[in-house]
Design a protein around this ligand. Structure first.
Ligand SMILES: [Zn+2]
Length: 355
């Protein structure tokens, strides 16, 4: 592929300013864990180095289904996490490899490529300047690699503390060569940040500090994230992002971590029995449009069929729509066999004509 083959898409900020929705497929950690290539627990994306072909394939699959963005798989590929599994030597390699794969797929498909920073999980003890400096260093090196490998914008996500969000944003502004920043925070049981600021106020501060897009990702599902997004719509004036997990949470169990099974146990992260229906994901996309959320995506639990559902709900026809269900072509459900004995045998219907 030569540079002239690259289809240059419209930039993120321009697209949002034009009133478009931007669809963003995330959820790589959970998907690779499900496939058996990533360890739940530390969740370091070693698969980037061990099976780069699979990472490329999943990017392609999500774009095929309708994602406008290829998010480089550098979530939890930061110094603190690599140190934890004793692979600090691979830090730069894992970041650059993930960024290059994402850049290639974006070039080939005419989508945007985003660099990815995330929560460090370091304690934000008041007055502990050393830790704050450590966070700056962790994020700075990842921003520099993302810029060098050609990211179109940078995502800072799953941030619990407002202070960490502001530190990360500042690092992107200082070292990101003007790339736009999308900052999404995570709330759990409380609607406050971990440093106890109501999330709508916290994100308003992040917006005022210069983030191009602010919002929420992870932890909460569509049904417990969107009511909070409505409050955020009141305090934030610019483009908003919502990327929930894809599980059927409730007011009593508002996050994937708090979900319980029929025995009262918490199955996290093995949550397959709690997955949202495609219909619920379609409703999420409709609600986003109604609330005025333009940056629409899915986090943990995401899969290609959900992204296609979002794309189609927003009026798109991604390549995967060619294979969207048409049950009129199905032997058991086509209209011609309604009321037949076969239909009755398959669906327990009552009105059977003698055919
Ligand atoms: Zn997530």
């Amino acid at each position: 592929m030569t540079t002239s083959d690259i289809i240059k898409p419209m930039g993120l900020v321009e697209r949002l300013a034009a009133g478009e929705s931007v669809i963003v497929a995330e959820g790589y950690l959970f998907e690779f864990e499900r496939r058996g290539y990533l360890k739940a627990g530390h969740y370091v994306p070693e698969v980037v180095l061990q099976h780069p072909d699979l990472v490329r394939q999943l990017h392609e699959e999500f774009v095929h289904a309708g994602s406008d963005v290829v998010l480089a798989f550098t979530y939890y590929a930061h110094r603190e996490k690599l140190r934890f599994i004793d692979r600090e030597d691979d830090l730069e390699k894992i970041n650059r490899t993930a960024l290059r794969i994402a850049r290639q797929v974006a070039n080939e498909t005419g989508t945007l490529m985003a660099g990815n920073l995330c929560n460090t999980n370091l304690p934000m003890t008041p007055g502990d300047e050393n830790t704050r400096q450590k966070i700056r260093d962790i994020m700075k090196e990842q921003v520099l690699w993302a810029v060098e490998e050609g990211a179109d914008y940078i995502v800072l996500e799953t941030i619990g503390h407002l202070e960490e969000a502001l530190i990360g944003l500042k690092v992107i502004q200082e070292f990101g060569k003007g790339l736009p920043a999308v900052v999404t925070m995570s709330i759990h049981i409380s609607e406050n940040s971990f440093d106890d600021v109501p999330i709508e106020d916290a994100l308003s501060q992040v917006e005022k500090a210069g983030a191009a897009v602010v919002g929420l990702n992870c932890a909460r599902g569509p049904s417990t994230m969107l009511p909070v997004m409505k409050k955020i719509r009141q305090t934030c004036k610019g483009p908003l992002a919502a990327l929930p997990v894809t599980f059927r949470v409730s007011n009593e169990e508002p996050t994937m971590q708090t979900l319980t099974d029929e025995n009262g146990k918490r199955p996290y992260p093995a949550l397959e029995a709690h997955l949202n229906s495609r219909e619920q994901i379609a409703q999420f996309a409709k609600d986003c449009k109604e609330i005025g959320i333009q940056y629409v995506g899915l986090c943990c639990g995401n899969m290609a069929c959900y992204i296609r559902t979002i794309a189609e709900t927003l009026g798109r026809t991604p390549p995967a729509s060619k294979y969207s269900p048409n049950m009129d072509e199905n032997s058991y459900t086509r209209e011609a066999i309604y009321n037949s004995k076969l239909h009755a045998r398959v669906f327990k219907t009552k009105h059977v004509v003698n055919t």
